[in-house]
Design a protein around this ligand. Sequence first.
Ligand code: ATP
Length: 517
Amino acid sequence: MAQQEDVFKKIVSHCKEYGFVFPSSDIYDGLGAVYDYGQNGVELKNNIKQYWWQSMVLLHENIVGIDAAIFMHPTTWKASGHVDAFNDPLIDNRDSKKRYRADVLIEDQLAKYEDKIQKEIEKAQKRFGDAFDEAQFRATNARVLENQEKFDALHKRYQEVMNAEGGIDLEGMKQIILDEGIVCPISGTRNWTDVRQFNLMFKTEMGSTADGASTIYLRPETAQGIFVNYLNVQKTGRMKLPFGIAQIGKAFRNEIVARQFIFRMREFEQMEMQFFIKPGTELDWFAKWKETRMKWHQNLGFGAENYRFHDHDKLAHYANAATDIEFHMPFGFKEVEGIHSRTNFDLSQHAKYSGKKIEYFDPETNESYTPYVIETSIGVDRMFLSIMCHSYEEQQLPDGQTRTVLHLPAALAPVKLAVFPLTKKDGMPEKAQEIINDLRFHFNCKYEEKDQIGKRYRRMDAIGCPYCVTVDQQTLEDNTVTLRDRDTMEQRRVAISELRGIIEDKVNITSLLKKLL
Ligand code: ATP
């Protein structure tokens, strides 16, 4: 674990050193849980967004996009339930003065029991080899049984407090924390305050005069911008059910505990798609979107074992199914995307609060009804982080040296091709520029002439550039260059005229999209 934390720290500093992610307002020592994307980060982020957008809007004839404003009429948030219920239960440790989410403390404790069980299983697996029967081991091993019992008991209590009549039972939550002996990781003490609810929305004022101004919110999710535009899009696009509306945009949450770099931010970006369907078909569509979205993730080639579904124990009162897609980060399996079956809750609420009829007339059955919705909601920044974590490697080379390399999927890499003149003379720089001038219309190229070739390769490895080309004396004679592959480090001689054909297919988003069909 300590080793994994070390790796994570290295990834964070790598992100800064190579222009991927900077702390916000860095010269003022940063702003809590707010980050800026640098020259390479913005390219990677844009490529992630493009991969998502095109997989939704380009590959589905019945999905269209919108771009709604961040500010929305304040009643939106009353209708959606965010004003009354978008809360997290918080608890403070009186000694360290640190603040925690009470639900997260309990979930971490559950994970500890699971970890202990897993460790026993792994140990036994090593001992017994092929003869190992996991089911039998789980049913008979004393230590596993003991931890499973603790897990089940805690899980049951947790469920009860989360689903208590009239909302979360805050006193019950505190009691669990005390009974489980959960300590503050900083002070190591159990000197906890009571658990309180805290609303996560940021407020501001719109309008200039004190009496004329009204309180508005920075949107905590992009989804509501889609719901309030349902009628506009359905009518103007003459959309027939089932159809989807996709959107990418900023969201803001005043998170209580902002940890783990860009995993939990106060300003972040979401890619959300609301899929409108006929009531009664929601569980089929839910299953279909689970599969479609998992395929989208696994298509990046990071290995199926690094993903899992985590079905929700606690469903929001309006939802009838919900799951998370979790990715194996250096700090454990964590949510990257949520898929929710939201029934007709949002549209009905907006109909109620706005007084407008928000329905769909079904020409096949001649009836009108409020559509149901399946939502897929993924955080761009969490996706970015998962890609960074999986791609980062400190590689031991056969000659004893090490290199830091980002094995980014070529289609997402910020720079696709770096072109180096071997030396700064004999017309090599001009030739290199000529190559770039020709290829820059097709993919992102970079020119580098400083330092030895070896160092230039390392710099490109560190930003995940999949290909480097070197222009040398021979190039001037026969128009061939050496093409070096980032992952294998192999070099081969190719004609300049072949470069585009070799590289373009691999580095364009289309290469990823084709594999989805
Ligand atoms: P969590 O339980 O981690 O707070 P959530 O269940 O509240 O997340 P959703 O409301 O379902 O998250 O939001 C959908 C997606 O938006 C999440 O899967 C995540 O990728 C992203 N997201 C949510 N909150 C944040 C945040 N504070 N920083 C970065 N990304 C976020």
